[in-house]
Structure formats: C-alpha cells, structure tokens
Write a protein that binds this ligand. Structure first.
Ligand SMILES: NC(=O)c1ccc[n+]([C@@H]2O[C@H](COP(=O)([O-])OP(=O)(O)OC[C@H]3O[C@@H](n4cnc5c(N)ncnc54)[C@H](O)[C@@H]3O)[C@@H](O)[C@H]2O)c1
Length: 375
C-alpha cells in the first residue's frame, strides 16, 4: 500500500502499459493519447473512473530504454528488474501488459510473490496456460483479474440492452464485426510465438462480450481464419456460432477491408437494429404489424419481387437506439473493491478460460474445415 491506496506496478510499459500508467497515476482512469513517446502511442486506460482514492502507481518495469525514459520523463518510478517489482512489499497489484507470450510466467511469479494480478487480454495464448495460472491463483489465494475492458464499450451496452430487454422481439441472430484496412500491426502481433494474430488480439474482446451477453451453452462453432496479408498468423477470421436455443452469432475481424460494414447488426422476430461505428450511430426498426396491405412489388434486377420489397411506415417504425446512461468503466474500481472484499469480480478467470476454449475451437474448425461441437 502507498498512502493507504492499493499500489500498482506495471510490467511492460508500451502502448497499453503507458496508457495504464497515465490513467492510474492521474487517478482519473483516463489516459490521453501520447504522440511524443518513443513508439508514438499509449492506449486508453479504463476511462472516466475516479480511482484516486483506491489505487496509485508504484512504478513501471520495461526492458526497453526508450520506455524507461518515457516513464522517467513523467515522473514514474522505473524498477530495475521484474524481481525488484516482486520484492517491493508496497506493491499490491502487478499489472501485466507485456506481449502475450510473456503473461503466464509473469502472472504466476507475481502471485507466488504475494501480489494480485491484473493481466491484459488475451491473458494467455492457450487455455492450458490459463489453467496453470488459475491453479496458482487458487493455491495462493491471490486475485487474478483478466482485463476485458471492452465490456464497457457503449456500442456493446446498447446491443446488450436490446438483447436483454427483447426490444426486437426474440433475437435470432447477432452479428458483430470490426474491419480495418491496415493489416496486422508490424510488431509482435504478427509473430506466432509471441501470441500474435487477430483472433487473439481482437477476437478475444468480441467473443468475451458475446459470451457474457448470451447466457446459453454453445452447441456449434464454424470458423474461417484469413491470411491475406501474411502467412504466419491470422489477419482476421469469421466465426459462426450456434447457441443451444438456436440463436446464431457471426463474429468477424478483418484487417484488409477498404469499405466498412456495420459494427453490429442484430435481428429479432419483431425488428432489426444496426450500429455503424463506435460513434454509436444506428437505428432500430420495429414491426408494428406483420400484415402489410400496402406491399407492392419492386423491380429487382431482371425481375419483380414482393418478398424482398422494403416495408413502409405502415408496418415498421424507425426508432432511435436505446440510451445508455453510462460514462465510466468499472474495471479498475472493481478490481480494488474485490481485493478489499467489497465486491464480486466482474471479469473472472473462468470466463476468460471459456473464451480461450472457444477461440481454440475456432482455430481447429478453420484448420480442419469442419463444424466443432463445443459444449
Ligand atoms: N485491453 C485492450 O484494449 C488492449 C489494447 C492494446 C493492447 N492490449 C494488450 O496489452 C499487452 C501489450 O500490448 P501493447 O500494445 O502495449 O504492446 P507494446 O509492444 O506497445 O508494449 C509491450 C511492452 O512490453 C515491453 N516488454 C517486452 N518484454 C518485456 C519484459 N520481459 N519485461 C518487461 N517489459 C517487456 C516492451 O518493451 C514494450 O514496451 C498485450 O497483451 C495486448 O494484447 C490490450
């Protein structure tokens, strides 16, 4: 503890670790976009949460001199080694933000040294590595907290509200896709042995959110990974998931798309909604009457169709998306409350394990070209 607050040491202070450092040291949970650091970037922390009374930054440890300098220029303490982090008795939480292949050993060493762990996603590249971590968490009684921060993204919370409250009737299909056009970032994310690839990088977020939204077993998984821009790791994928009730989901990540499709497309038996982008621009269309006496055929290419003719205002109403009363992200705060025995853990190791197993089913499906029976 430092000043009666939980003290955090960040291991791996690159783009993401740098964002955490700013967010935690400022006490605001906010990281501003850095353009002056060696890598030219620092991602967001967990935004808009006042954590100033709960946690504080003890320091950072990074092997890159440029990142040490970046931290020093901001007044953050630089640990000399990972062992020095573990030996600092003031440190309560080790925040692991190194490349993915390093997470397991660091998390295990930290918990064995008596620290709680907040670990960046994907917590490990494989489910068996996470099982090792969870065994040590159990053995040591330390908190292991996976950082699945995108559960608090507004676009997701809007879709979750639509789904939870059946605003489109009974949901029968959910599609979520993130499409970029710049390939895989040219760092460790393109290297297999470092836990690279877009399934692990972005898929982990999209699948985590789907699984906490839909409280059902998954029956079938079919997935196709892409290697358009490189041969080493997947630069995208499309996964088709069938839940126990018959509800289907399509999750897609792409990095070679020069025109975008909606971020979300959700369909129920009484309506449809879409969200175009993270600006949450979208609409809901809800059926007011199945009967449509005004239906007239339209010209569709070489022929006429009434089946595919769009409905008019007499049978469908156009609505704004539901409003989400939200402007913060509870992750840092929840971690502190869990450590202090005041709250239940929102993001759990078991949830992360299920997502990793689903991603592994996706890899297997793509490799063999088959549908996988999942749960
Ligand atoms: N939750 C999110 O939304 C989100 C966003 C971006 C990245 N991440 C995750 O954060 C982690 C880091 O990603 P990044 O984009 O910051 O990568 P990065 O390459 O920018 O940073 C990694 C840092 O780790 C340092 N490092 C490497 N080996 C080390 C070691 N042995 N000891 C100490 N430091 C070491 C590197 O010098 C580098 O500064 C990854 O797991 C990534 O998936 C999560």
């Amino acid at each position: 503890m430092i000043d009666n607050k939980l003290a955090v040491a960040i291991v791996g202070c690159g783009g993401m670790g740098g964002g955490h450092a700013i967010a935690i040291a400022s006490g605001t949970g906010n990281a501003i976009w850095q353009t002056d650091d060696a890598r030219g970037r620092a991602w967001e922390g967990d935004m808009n949460t006042d954590i100033s009374q709960k946690m504080t930054l003890a320091g950072i440890y990074d092997i890159a001199p440029a990142r040490q300098q970046w931290a020093a220029e901001r007044g953050y303490y630089n640990y000399e080694s990972f062992e020095a982090v573990l030996a600092d008795e003031r440190v309560d939480i080790v925040l692991v933000a190194t490349p993915n292949h390093l997470h397991k050993d660091m998390c295990i060493a930290a918990m064995k040294a008596g620290k709680h762990v907040l670990c960046e996603k994907p917590v490990t590249p494989t489910s068996s590595e996470l099982e090792e971590i969870l065994a040590v968490a159990k053995e040591t009684g330390k908190i292991f907290y996976p950082r699945q921060n995108r559960r608090w993204d507004k676009d997701f919370l809007i879709i979750k509200k639509i789904y939870d409250e059946d605003l489109l009737g009974k949901t029968f299909n959910i599609e979520c896709r993130v499409l970029g056009s710049r390939g895989i970032p040219g760092d460790w994310r393109g290297v297999k042995e470092y836990g690279g690839g877009m399934m692990l990088d972005w898929g982990v977020h999209l699948l985590d959110r789907l699984l906490i939204m839909v409280p059902e077993k998954i029956k079938k998984v079919f997935c196709h990974l892409t290697n358009i821009t490189n041969d080493e790791v997947d630069d995208g994928f499309k996964m088709h998931i069938t839940f126990e009730s018959g509800l289907t989901a399509v999750i897609e990540v792409g990095t070679c798309h020069f025109y975008n499709l909606p971020l979300w497309y959700i369909a129920g038996n009484h309506g449809t909604a879409y969200i175009n982008s993270w600006a949450c621009d979208g609409k809901m269309f809800r059926l007011t009457s199945w009967e449509d006496k005004d239906a007239t055929p339209i010209l569709a290419g070489a022929g006429l169709t009434k089946t595919m003719a769009p409905r008019g205002g007499n049978s469908v109403e156009e609505l704004d998306l539901p409003v989400i009363d939200f402007d913060n992200n509870e992750l840092y705060s929840n971690l502190c409350d869990v450590i202090n025995g005041k709250a239940k853990q929102i993001v759990t190791g078991e949830q992360a394990l299920r997502v990793l197993k689903l991603m592994e089913a996706g890899f297997e499906s793509s490799e063999k070209g088959v549908v996988i029976d999942f749960e």
